[in-house]
Design a protein around this ligand. Structure first.
Ligand SMILES: [Zn+2]
Length: 328
């Protein structure tokens, strides 16, 4: 009996393994497509950071949060059409017994296609500057930590309108990513967790998902993040190969980085969508994990680099338009 159960266990594990690897092959199949790729405009992306920072900190329940939500909805409606933009509103418990009003913001391009990919970032900013030496209890502006990923995706949205992508693309802006106090993971990733447990479209199953987090800083380095390599190595390697071909190898460095808990881990674990994180972090040999301005008041416009935004934008656009294997 015990042996039989053991056999079933092994067979079950083998089946899961086989179906996973087969799925990954189908979904993460890349080949040059000979398609034209629209030009990423780093000035425009930079402007989308400025616009977000105009609202001040965008931490949950703040005035800036409410204003930024309206701005993001309006901007995406302009590019995707009002019918294809959706705010997924929900609440979560805050630290002071307060109720946080949160929203994931979703926009769909090429909505008729059942063959889809997903791009995401977090639009909220941190309610505290715990890594600063002053004003630790004040919310941060989050130019890189928050606004940069959103800005690259807004620039994509602008381009998607002019140049419909060859595959369906969903942009998902998560709320409440950076709310938690250090070490309290249950208060992080509020938006992605809610979204993954309550997918707006039942059975939603894009080929893959790419998360952009802290993708606009000066002197940025993106090693291959550890969980991404675990969940979707083929996608990581394709993105880094494109960056190398385009001369962005000093940005996308061919090193394995640390494992960073972020929204992509939630998506991988709850929905099984192969998901990677392009995130600024240091390789495992350094003591500090992130940029010197991380979770401080120095995370403002002065540390933003158009070159970094451009490297990320051009690389991901090449993947979407010219490498994802879709027949016309
Ligand atoms: Zn953060």
């Amino acid at each position: 009996m015990i042996n039989f159960r053991f056999l079933l266990l092994i067979l079950g594990a083998a089946f899961i393994f086989l179906s996973c690897s087969e799925g990954e092959e189908d979904r993460l199949n890349f080949k040059e497509q000979g398609r034209e790729v629209p030009e990423f405009n780093a000035d425009s992306a930079y402007h989308f950071i400025e616009r977000q920072l105009d609202f001040g900190p965008r931490n949950p329940n703040s005035k800036g949060h409410q204003q930024a939500k309206e701005y993001l909805l309006n901007t995406l409606q302009q590019y995707a059409g009002a019918r294809y933009v959706y705010a997924q509103n929900f609440t979560a418990k805050g630290y002071d017994g307060d109720t946080l009003s949160l929203s994931n913001i979703i926009a769909s391009f090429n909505p008729q296609s059942s063959d889809r990919i997903m791009l995401c970032a977090h639009w909220d900013t941190r309610p505290r500057a715990d890594k600063d030496s002053v004003n630790q209890d004040k919310p941060i502006l989050g130019a890189d930590d928050g606004a940069s990923g959103v800005a690259v995706l807004l620039e994509f949205a602008r381009l998607f309108k002019e140049n419909p992508p060859p595959i369906g693309v969903d942009i998902v802006l998560f709320d409440g990513e950076d709310y938690g106090k250090e070490g309290e993971l249950s208060k992080y990733f509020l938006g992605s967790r809610y979204w993954a447990n309550n997918p707006p479209v039942a059975g939603y199953s894009p080929r893959f998902s790419i998360l952009l987090d802290m993708v606009g800083g000066q002197n940025a380095r993106f090693p291959k993040e550890g969980y991404s390599m675990q969940f979707a190595p083929a996608l990581v390697n394709e993105v880094w190969a494109i960056a190398d071909e385009k001369g962005f190898d000093e940005l996308f460095i061919p090193e394995i980085g640390n494992k960073i808990s972020d929204d992509h881990v939630v998506i991988n674990r709850i929905l099984g969508i192969p998901s990677i994180d392009i995130i600024r972090h240091n390789s495992s040999s350094t003591n500090s994990q992130f940029a010197p301005y991380w979770h401080t008041h120095n995370d403002n416009l002065s540390i933003i680099s158009k070159n970094t935004l451009n490297g990320v934008g051009e690389t991901v656009l090449e993947l979407i338009y010219n490498r994802v294997n879709v027949s016309d």
